[in-house]
Ligand binder design. Sequence first.
Ligand code: FES
Length: 103
Amino acid sequence: MGQDADLSGSDRDPVVCRCEAVRVGDLLGARDAWAIDSLRQLKLLTRAGMGICQGRVCGPLLEALARGWGWDPTGALASRPPARPWPMQLARGTDEGGRADER
Ligand code: FES
């Protein structure tokens, strides 16, 4: 971990996540300051990958950084939509046997 260059505050600190304006220096700083050891924790703390594109642009770069730090990025950037399918029979009335009303 200590072998990374200190890029924080530098003009050469590249942006990783454009949606949330997160730079490599932000990720390194959060990783070291909070002793983070997973991409999911880093994502939650820095918001990298949580912007409007939901990590479609920065996801591969974040995963590459995580692999370089020895982390397993599997599933860390999986999108979690705020809605899910709703069974239609719950929207209609049902009798005690669970059958839908025949109206
Ligand atoms: S570039 Fe990171 S969420 Fe869009």
